[in-house]
Design a protein around this ligand. Structure first.
Ligand code: PEP
Ligand code: MG
Length: 893
């Protein structure tokens, strides 16, 4: 059925919604054509044709005839034939996928020139030099991108010609020189490919089209797609466009323009213009461009027309557009437009500016920004005004600004950081052995590897700044030094600064400034204040749009009053997870140790009694900080041996004492207990609700502390809204037992204090069995909170502590998943369980409260999923709350 398809669209036939079929460039050329803008006529070969070619190895049968028909029409419209000897029609052939891809073949210009037609062009243009220069460019571009000749060979030949004439610039070569260059170029083609440069114009065009198809699958293109998560089967379109020339003299030129400043979003005239030049001259930087504003004095008519077109485009696309244009002897032509890339800050500014202009509404404004952009704005940045010495640039793998002393191995990183030094770990590439060093370092710099390299994946997971693949830096780990491209040596201990948002690497300490957006969220800067910049004002407005429309509530994972207060400032509407194990660290560990080692009930009760007031005080502070908002307190979760000394260390200590005949009863007793509690798979062992069932009095002590704290808050005229959460439940029976005990304690506290308490009791859904039996579990649970960290671990059978550092890099590289399932929810697997548990829970208990408190609660894509499955709230770390609010708004808008 593929043969029935239409493979070629004239620019007048397409439109901007056909990006899948015509690619971004083709769809927008069609859109501009239909807007009546001056686009040189042409046509687009569809991505479908490319797909057929890539699948079958040959072009679809119908393609050649369709191209012929469109070429005929083009020739009739232009009044000349492709490659016609006395007056040739010339075309450009350009690739153009749905997403712009720098890894692909871009453009071949001047197709249609030959030994014969070059003379015709010279006569028509009345400019012999121009014609030969155009021919020279064709052989060079065609030779390189279509025939695969090493581009250096052409560059060398051109340099030779310049050297022979003792001139520095291409423009100093005259027609006679360029004729010689062409001859030389043709010789190169013959020598390298064994065939002559094709003289037949149609053959040139067909070969160029095929080369564009093939460019979809070059290694560079594949690598780029993998890194940017662009599907591998989209194919590229091919645009065939009649040539216009910006290099016909001073009344010609070429330029780029933005409809507004892509950095600030401000309206105005932004762009560059180069007189008497073709597109690639601008890129090559052969001559200096002038600001677009200067075009007004160079060619007022074209300038005015361009300004008018820019306004038309912005009103039409309702967004910032970028444009490529050419002026041929005073006639303006539009060669390309697209919705322009912009910085994260400009995205927010532009969205609100467009609302003010009445071009878009608030809902649309929310679609113009992303949580990832907001997150980017929340990282501290290097001071833009600081003097810097850049020594390299790599891939911006994990954002942030990090400064520290250069170290070249993990051991040193750990050692130095323990003594209080800030370090940057520099490696050629990292592997799982470097994990300790990566944790210890402020940031990670590698000279090899891309966005899915070990360093990049692990650093992103840890939220650590990382620049990877800074290839011009020569890392010598043996000699503990790194050499820059110009031979500068960075020794161990030298201070370096790395920018994970730009990939830039600097020597020395670059000062870091806090993010104004964080200052705003923290309440240290007010959106309406005079000193607040436009960015903060824009973020403020967009957040208000999001808060108005979102259905999901946003809570925080916070374990102490300080975090809770910050979360509240950031807009948290409660605490979705207070991990009480974090309250047992430090000084208090000894009480827990005693609790675990208790031989008698009396001993146990004593240690519980010591813990109770400490816990109670924690909760009083927390409930006060969150007064009036829900606080979910989770009873103790992690394996008990986490509270005991390391088994190896302790064994050594005991053995030493034994050999020295020193007293060691306590240590021995401890060692026996540690042995007794040691588990091969602690994550699947004695943790969560199992602890509560095995250690008498542990959970009831925690419940009592919570209840007494709540009662005290009520007495103090507070409004505590507490939810008690039981972790790692797999069956309703576990929950029922704990629930009964808890209710009894709560009743006792009510009786003692005379305060009526409304404490909700619920559970986490973080085991597959819990998800599958959610309907039963809901009988005993007033709320569910999905623990998607453990749920991902148990559904996939992936150890959450190990896999990201071991085989995930290989999985990402092989495309098994595009992103770690611990980062973005696996919708088909883990997500399907969440979805069915939501339904089952609501079927049993229609008013059940449903939330998520795994890391996914702050991940943009996952937030959209949780909105869609109908959760009531997401809970995430305080710092990610603004991102979750924004994405919840985007999901609902
Ligand atoms: C979870 O498992 O998703 C969860 C929130 O609990 P924790 O990360 O503490 O195991
Ligand atoms: Mg868990």
């Amino acid at each position: 059925e593929i043969n029935d398809q239409k493979f070629v669209y004239d620019f007048t036939e397409g439109n901007r919604d056909l990006k899948d079929l015509l690619g971004g460039k083709g769809a927008n050329l069609a859109e501009m054509t239909n807007l009546g803008l001056p686009v040189p006529p042409g046509f687009t070969i569809t991505t479908e044709a490319c797909k057929v070619y890539l699948e079958s190895g040959s072009e679809p049968v119908a393609l050649r005839d369709e191209v012929s028909a469109h070429l005929d029409a083009l020739e009739r419209q232009m009044g000349k034939k492709l490659g016609q000897a006395d007056d040739p029609l010339l075309v450009s052939v350009r690739s153009g996928a749905k997403f712009s891809m720098p890894g692909m073949m871009d453009t071949v210009l001047n197709i249609g020139l030959s030994d014969e037609s070059v003379a015709g062009l010279a006569r028509q243009a009345d400019n012999e030099r121009f014609a030969w220069d155009s021919y020279r460019r064709l052989i060079q571009m065609f030779g390189k991108t279509v025939l695969g000749v090493d581009g250096e060979l052409f560059e060398e030949a051109l340099d030779e010609a310049k050297a022979a004439k003792k001139v520095a610039s291409d423009t100093d070569l005259d027609a006679a020189d360029l004729k010689k260059v062409v001859k030389h170029f043709k010789k190169i083609v013959k020598a390298q490919t064994g065939r002559d440069f094709p003289q037949d114009a149609r053959e040139q065009m067909d070969l160029a089209i095929e080369a564009v198809f093939n460019s979809w699958n070059t290694d560079r293109a594949k690598l780029y797609r993998r890194q940017e998560r662009i599907p591998g089967d989209l194919g590229t379109a091919v645009n065939v466009c009649s040539m216009v020339f910006g290099n016909l003299g001073p009344d010609s030129g070429t330029g780029v323009a933005f409809t507004r400043d892509p950095a600030s979003g401000h309206a105005g005239v932004y762009g560059d213009y180069l007189q008497n030049a073709q597109g690639e001259d601008v890129v090559a930087g052969i001559r200096n461009t002038v600001p677009l504003a200067d075009l007004e004095s160079i060619d007022k008519k074209s300038y005015d027309q361009l300004m008018h077109i820019m306004e038309t485009l912005e009103t039409h696309y309702k967004d910032l557009c970028d444009i490529e244009f050419t002026i041929e002897r005073g006639q303006l032509w539009m060669l390309q437009t697209r919705v322009g890339k912009r910085t994260a800050g400009a995205a927010f500014r532009i969205a609100t500016q467009l609302v003010d202009q009445g071009l878009i509404d608030e809902a649309e404004a929310l679609q113009r920004v992303t949580g990832a952009q907001l997150a980017q704005l929340m990282f501290p940045k290097f001071d833009e005004n600081a003097k810097v010495e850049q020594i390299g640039r790599g891939i911006a793998a994990s954002p942030g600004a990090a400064v520290g002393k250069a170290v070249f191995d993990s051991y040193t990183a750990v050692k130095w950081s323990r003594s209080g030094e800030k370090v940057i770990l520099i490696r050629r590439e990292t592997n799982p052995d470097d994990l300790d060093g990566m944790i210890a370092a402020e940031g990670i710099l590698t000279s090899r590897g891309g966005k899915t390299s070990h360093a990049a994946v692990v650093a992103r997971g840890m939220g650590k700044t990382c620049v990877c693949g800074a290839e011009e830096l020569e890392v010598d780990t043996k000699r503990r030094r790194m050499t820059t491209a110009d031979g500068q040596v960075v020794e161990e201990g030298d201070v370096v600064s790395i920018d994970g948002s730009t990939g830039k690497v600097y020597l020395g300490e670059v000062p870091v400034v806090p993010s104004p957006v964080v200052e705003y969220f923290e309440g240290r800067m007010h959106a309406g204040a005079d000193d607040a910049d436009e960015l903060v004002a824009a973020v403020h407005r967009v957040m208000a749009y999001a808060d108005r429309v979102r259905r999901l509530r946003v809570r925080a994972n916070a374990d102490n009053a300080e975090d809770a207060l910050r979360a509240r400032r950031f807009g948290a509407q409660g605490i979705g997870l207070c991990r009480t194990e974090h309250m047992f660290l430090g000084e208090r560990r000894q009480y827990v140790e005693r609790l675990i080692l208790a031989d008698t009930d009396a001993e146990r009760e004593e240690s519980l009694k010591a813990l109770l007031p400490l816990q109670k005080q924690d909760f009083i502070e927390l409930f006060e900080a969150m007064d009036g908002l829900p606080v979910t307190v989770r009873l103790l979760d992690p394996p008990l041996h986490e509270f005991l000394p390391d088994i190896t260390e302790l064994s050594v200590r005991v053995a030493l004492a034994e050999s020295r005949k020193e007293p060691h009863e306590n240590d021995l007793r401890l060692l026996q207990a540690v042995h007794r509690l040691h588990e091969q798979n602690p994550m699947l062992g004695l943790r969560g609700v199992r602890l509560g069932l095995v250690i008498p009095g542990l959970f009831t002590m925690q419940v009592r502390a919570i209840a007494e704290a709540a009662a005290q808050r009520v007495d103090a005229k507070g409004d505590p809204r507490v939810e008690i959460m039981i972790p790692l439940v797999g069956t309703v029976q576990e929950l029922e037992i704990v629930r009964e005990e808890a209710e009894q304690v709560i009743a006792e506290v009510q009786a003692q204090t005379g305060v009526e308490l409304k404490l909700a009791l619920g559970t986490m859904i973080e085991l597959p069995r819990a998800a599958v039996t959610a309907g039963q579990i809901a009988e005993a649970a007033e709320f569910f909170s999905f623990g998607t960290n453990d749920l991902t671990q148990t559904v996939w059978g992936f150890s959450r502590d190990d896999v990201e550092a071991s085989f995930f890099t290989a999985y990402l590289e092989k495309g098994i998943f595009g992103v770690s399932p611990f980062e973005t929810i696996d919708k088909d697997g883990v997500g399907a369980l969440v979805r069915s548990a939501v339904q089952a829970g609501r079927a049993t208990r229609p008013d059940i409260k449903l939330g998520v408190c795994g890391e996914h609660g702050g991940d943009p894509e996952s937030v959209h999923f949780f909105h869609e499955v109908g959760l009531d709230y997401v809970s995430c770390s305080p710092f990610r709350i603004p991102v979750a609010r924004l994405e919840a708004g985007r999901a609902a808008a």
